[in-house]
Design a binder for this molecule. Structure first.
Ligand code: MCN
Length: 731
């Protein structure tokens, strides 16, 4: 009997957090801790000649100053984690001070002398592409070029009725977690214990052991409470390596906590793409070919091509486009390196394809929803031109439901416009890709008192996933949800796991927990057979009990647990081992593809700011385990997407100075700009998992920007192809 799945159950995580019992890294204190402060480059590009730390070492409290630290780390630049001969961006670590208190550590930074010769810097990614001035000495600016091609777009475009060319720009943004990054590394001989603000303790352990495996036997990583991450805390950063090295070197606990301005400078930025698109559309609305030249502003390091891969292969979105080419150039610039940020490649692809849909409709004078409908994929599974297999989904069904709501917004739009107000209604349809693998683990253990512990390899950090998984386990075992505790985030407790990213945790860890619960039920039947002197075949598990339908006899899970794990002593006389435990690993052989639609009714005020009059989103993610948690994800994601569309941008001047180095300049939204969001969901697009869910953690950051931009564009009657929309383009 399903009691919990599908219900708006309150988060089990919250009572601790809202009563101040949360423990973030900076709340943890260990005697003898040294505080780490990092001297950073203040220039975007320079030859580093000499770093003199002698004065800093004289400061009271300073124990050590580290310079020139260098390790080989997969996918990180040569000069990682500290600059030794060349400075590549503002914020890059140069030296690290270890001191007995935080204040003297920061004071000592001022006493370090750095001798450098400024080099020309490369800031504009399109300039970088020309490869005239070098962002990194001795290296081509083009870190990689990749072409993703299908069919013959050139021919299709040239024979189409209308050809369009546009440049679509997507801002660099800072993943603004409320809690900046931080780490505490505690030294003991043979074991380092690390408390970190991370999305994946297991990744952190693996990466750190790769580098420090010869200096310490083992590293245990414990995920402290995390105040948001949004993709940016997935892999260890330079400062994590520096902190761990420092604690191994000094044999003391070492703590590093980023200040906000350090965090803005050095937490890897997201997005940062320029698309030059050409496309062809016929008068009947069919979109016949796309040619996209994509420049990704990598900053001063390349972290691989996965952002290029996702952005390019997801570009066709939910539409039947067969002829398409995407040429991607990943270029170096003297800026903070780029990495994944909520949506990682899908928001960029969706913004481009949804802009193309609206612009194509405007060009041929067709209703943009009609044009989308004309091109939408109508049957799944569907193989897209780049070989992605879109799993089960009824896009048209959701589309038509969304369309009804949108026509309502349009009616209100025309009433308000007739009153002379600058109002527009915008629509987007998005297809997303999630559940990046390969698997996630879960162990379900019943204690002797019948209470259940679920240990998961995912490491939620604000999503509420533990509550969702408790719902699944409580239903499967037929027990009270208050008897289920979900734990996570400690590498010494959990053999292997991956973590929380790519909207994977509920589907992968949740299904692992479901399968593990089934193993527990099987075991409960075997134990009950022994206690009830029945054959296993005669018994079945139903609603928290093992029953013998013939005799009417039954034993609850709690009774079986108590009997098999009695603490009263005695000798071993079990035929079946006493424990009630199950472990499962779950993965999918194909990614999952949730989809949805976002709609905004926006008014442009006299002063150029926007008022969102109505906002409506509808998603299909298969089975929704907890609509309240999923809705929370949508609300946060809509506001994040709205910030990206309207105000957030990491801005460097022409010389490479960071102009948005604090929240005074960086346009993070506040509660003042928030608006009401209506959300609905469908459950037709089930995934192939036993509990057929898909993820919801990123969908709204993907669907929002194109809807808000379209609404604003209509309010102003002016084409907008740049994120964020600038005041100059809206006024
Ligand atoms: N859920 C559900 N039914 C489903 C799918 C999910 O009820 N079919 C619920 C889950 O129980 C969970 C939430 O929705 O509470 C999100 O689950 P899921 O989609 O599996 O996503 P993850 O737990 O893997 O979270 C990752 C995702 C990502 S990739 C980013 S980035 C992001 C996001 O979550 N970062 C966040 N949301 C965030 N929310 C907070 N508070 N902080 C972040 O850093």
């Amino acid at each position: 009997m399903k009691k919990y799945v599908g219900q708006r159950i309150k988060r089990q995580e919250d009572p601790r957090l809202i009563t101040g019992e949360g423990r973030y890294v900076d709340d943890l204190e260990f005697p003898g801790t040294l505080y780490l402060a990092i001297l950073r480059s203040t220039v975007p590009h320079a030859k580093l000649n000499r770093v003199d730390v002698s004065d800093a070492l004289k400061i009271n409290g300073v124990v050590d100053v580290i310079t020139g630290l260098k390790f080989k780390v997969e996918n990180r630049p040569d000069n990682f984690p500290m600059a030794s001969t060349e400075l590549l961006y503002v914020g890059q670590p140069i030296a690290a001070v270890l001191s007995t208190d935080r204040y003297s550590a920061y004071d000592a930074l001022d006493s370090i002398q750095v001798d450098y010769d400024v080099l020309p810097s490369v800031i504009d990614p399109e300039e970088s592409l020309k490869d005239q001035k070098r962002a990194i000495e001795g290296k081509s600016n083009i870190a990689y070029k990749k072409t993703y091609s299908s069919g013959n777009p050139e021919e299709k475009i040239s024979s189409s009725d209308v050809k369009v060319e546009e440049k679509i720009e997507i801002n660099r943004v800072y993943p603004s977690a409320m809690e900046p990054r931080g780490i505490l590394s505690i030294y003991q001989p043979d074991l380092l214990t690390i408390y970190a603000s991370t999305q994946s303790p297991h990744y952190m352990r693996r990466y750190l052991l790769d580098v420090f495996g010869s200096m310490v036997k083992d590293i245990r990583v414990v995920q402290a409470d995390v105040g948001g991450a949004f993709g940016s805390k997935l892999f260890p950063y330079a400062e994590d390596y520096i902190a761990v090295y420092s604690s191994l070197k000094t044999k003391r606990p070492v703590k590093w906590i980023a200040t906000r301005s350090e965090d803005i400078r050095t937490t890897y930025h997201g997005r940062g793409q320029i698309h030059k698109v050409k496309f062809g559309v016929n008068k009947d609305g069919s979109l016949v070919g796309i040619n996209d030249q994509l420049v990704i502003d990598l900053g001063a390091a390349s972290h691989g091509t996965y952002l290029a891969d996702i952005s390019a292969t997801m570009l066709p979105g939910p539409y039947k486009i067969k002829d398409i080419v995407v040429d991607v150039y990943g270029v170096y610039t003297n800026k903070t390196p780029l990495d994944q940020y909520r949506g990682a490649g899908r928001p960029e692809a969706t913004f481009v394809i949804e802009r193309i849909m609206d612009i194509a409709a405007d060009e041929i004078g067709m209703d943009p929803l009609e044009l989308r409908k004309k091109n939408i994929v109508r049957e799944t599974p569907y193989i897209n031109p780049f070989g992605l297999k879109y799993d089960n989904g009824d896009y048209l069904n959701l589309f038509e439901k969304a369309e009804k709501a949108f026509r309502g917004l349009e009616e209100r739009e025309s009433v308000l416009r007739s009153e002379g107000r600058r109002v527009g209604a915008g629509f987007s349809f998005y297809l997303e890709q999630n559940n990046f693998g390969p698997w996630e683990s879960a162990s379900v253990r019943v204690r002797g008192d019948g209470k259940v512990i679920v240990i998961i390899g995912a490491s939620p950090h604000g999503q509420g996933t533990a509550t969702g998984i408790a719902q699944i386990v409580a239903d499967e075992l037929g027990i009270d949800i208050n008897d289920v505790e979900v734990v996570w985030g400690d590498t010494s407790l959990i053999g292997e796991g991956y973590g929380t990213y790519g909207s994977r945790s509920l589907t992968l860890a949740g299904n692992a927990a479901l399968i593990a619960s089934r193993k527990v039920k099987d075991k409960a039947i075997r134990l009950a057979a022994q206690f009830m002197r029945s054959d296993v075949q005669e018994l079945k598990y139903d609603d928290g009990k093992v029953i013998n339908p013939k005799s009417g006899e039954s034993m609850s899970l709690r009774e079986i647990a108590a009997k098999s794990m009695s603490t009263l002593g005695g000798t071993w006389n079990y035929k079946e081992e006493p424990g009630l435990e199950g472990t499962a690993y779950f993965g999918l052989d194909n990614l999952t593809f949730p989809y949805g639609s976002h709609m905004a009714l926006v008014e442009v005020r006299e002063d150029g700011l926007l008022n969102v009059l109505e906002y409506y989103a509808i998603d299909d993610i298969g089975t929704v385990v907890n609509p309240m948690l999923a809705e929370g994800q949508v609300m946060g994601g809509v506001l994040q997407g709205y910030g990206e569309a309207t105000s957030e941008e990491v801005i460097y001047d022409k010389e490479g100075n960071l102009l948005t180095g604090s929240f005074a300049e960086y346009g993070i939204l506040t509660a003042m700009e928030a608006f009401n969001i209506k959300w609905e969901y469908l459950e037709k697009g089930k995934s192939a998992a036993p509990l057929p869910a898909k993820g919801i953690g990123e969908g709204a950051t993907i669907g929002t920007p194109p809807a808000v931009v379209r609404a604003t564009e209509k309010a102003l009657n002016k084409r907008i192809t740049r994120l964020p929309m600038r005041l100059s383009s809206v006024i």
